[in-house]
Design a protein around this ligand. Structure first.
Ligand SMILES: Cc1ncc(COP(=O)(O)O)c(C=O)c1O
Length: 395
């Protein structure tokens, strides 16, 4: 019999009742060190007092009015995002998937308004992930995500990740509207795009007029040690998708764009019932205020250095279990030699949460404000988990 919850997830036999900082409490009382942060969502850990206060204060005043009215919390957050980024304007959504939908719509409308509706193709890359809607799965294009869901939304062309020749050829086609990519692929196994490549792509976009859409749903909001990952390369996109960390655990997403890219979107061309409601934006403002505090991102970079050093040591100590560590800031991946699911189970046994990804990788995505002691504890637990896997493999 089908369960009451549609069984689209293989869930771990764990269920948490409370959380504090980087720790989650299982219903049996065990305390788990959370290196997954709800898949890069709980950017400030669990039950952060400022976020809890922002949410509960707003909850006592007003939850929702709809976008038929001005929403001061939304305007305040948009202004902060505009001030801190390349963007001139923001549309709030409830998820990364919805940000992807708008990104695709905006890129196509941009060319349609310019009298070139034939420029509607979005170039995307193998290994990418942009959400589970029809546009999201068509953008990623993998068989795993699209099989059985056809006919797929047309107008996406997929390029092998890292194949420059294929990219040059594809960008030269006259029907290309935009190129869509994650600066660091998340679900694909923590695969960063080298800064030089992002720069080269920006140049190609400028030469051809193609819009650059960056999906920073997972790698944005401070995760790599900069507010947004593309800042490391010193380039700016035309359109950017954001979600996850921006709400710190409350469902909130955003689409950021330059005035040039967004000018095609007039009243009535897009909308959302919930997107950017007072409750979500109250929390979003609290997250943004903390992440934008002087010293916050430099501390993320320092913590990332500490964690990375620990992980390099881990890999060196367990060459039979791990192949290497990769990623940027606090968005790290352990490439496994044994099945990543075996290491994941061993981590659960050590009361620690990791997140599996493609390419036999385990993602390490702790809260951005994880305590230094918790980083050291995480590395110690990882050593124990790896040792237990080794024992099993050699037994
Ligand atoms: C890079 C990227 N884009 C888009 C999405 C979809 O976001 P959501 O699950 O909030 O719809 C995700 C989710 O994991 C993601 O990692």
């Amino acid at each position: 019999m089908i369960p009451a919850i549609l069984p689209t997830y293989n869930r771990a036999p764990l269920s948490f009742v409370s959380g504090e900082g980087s720790w989650l409490v299982e219903r049996d009382g065990r305390r788990f060190l959370d290196l997954g942060a709800g898949i890069a969502v709980n950017a400030l850990g669990h039950a952060h007092p400022d976020l809890t206060r922002a949410l509960t204060e707003q909850a006592g005043m007003l939850w929702h009015t709809s976008n038929l009215f001005h929403i001061p919390q939304q305007e305040a957050l948009a202004e902060k995002l505009v001030a801190a980024t390349f963007a001139d304007t923001v549309f709030f959504t409830n998820s990364g998937t919805e940000s992807c939908e708008l990104a695709v719509k905006m890129a196509r409308k941009y060319w349609s308004e310019k009298g070139q509706p034939e420029r509607h193709v979005i170039l995307a890359f193998t290994g990418s992930f942009h959400g589970r809607s029809s546009a999201g799965i068509a953008a990623a294009g993998s068989e795993k995500m699209t099989k059985g869901f056809g006919p797929l939304l047309p107008g996406f062309r997929h390029l092998p990740f890292g194949d420059h020749e294929a990219l040059y050829a594809a960008m030269a086609e006259p029907d290309v509207a935009a190129v869509l990519l994650e600066p660091v692929q998340g679900e694909g196994g923590i695969v960063p795009v080298p800064d030089q490549c992002l720069k080269g792509l920006r140049d190609l976009c400028d030469e051809t007029g193609t819009l650059m859409i960056l999906d920073e749903v997972q790698c944005g909001m401070g995760r790599t040690g900069r507010l947004f990952a593309h800042e490391w390369a010193g380039v700016a996109p035309d359109i950017m998708m954001v979600a996850k960390g921006i709400g710190g655990g409350f469902p909130l997403g955003a689409l950021l764009a330059t005035e040039n890219a967004a000018a095609c979107m007039s009243a009535g061309s897009h909308g959302s019932t919930y997107g950017g409601n007072p409750l979500a934006c109250a929390v979003g403002n609290a997250v943004m205020d903390i992440v934008a505090t002087d010293g916050f991102l430099s501390d993320v970079r320092r913590k990332a250095g500490l964690l990375r050093q620990g992980l390099e040591g881990l890999v060196a100590s367990h060459p039979d279990v791990f192949e290497g560590v990769r990623g940027s800031g606090l968005m790290l991946g352990l490439k496994c030699k044994v099945a990543n699911t075996d290491v994941l189970q061993a981590a659960y046994a050590q009361e620690m949460i990791l997140v599996p990804a493609a390419d036999n990788v385990l993602r390490i995505l702790p809260p951005l404000n994880i305590a230094d002691d918790d980083i050291r504890e995480a590395v110690a637990r990882l050593h124990r988990a790896a040792a237990s896997v080794t024992t099993r493999v050699t037994a």
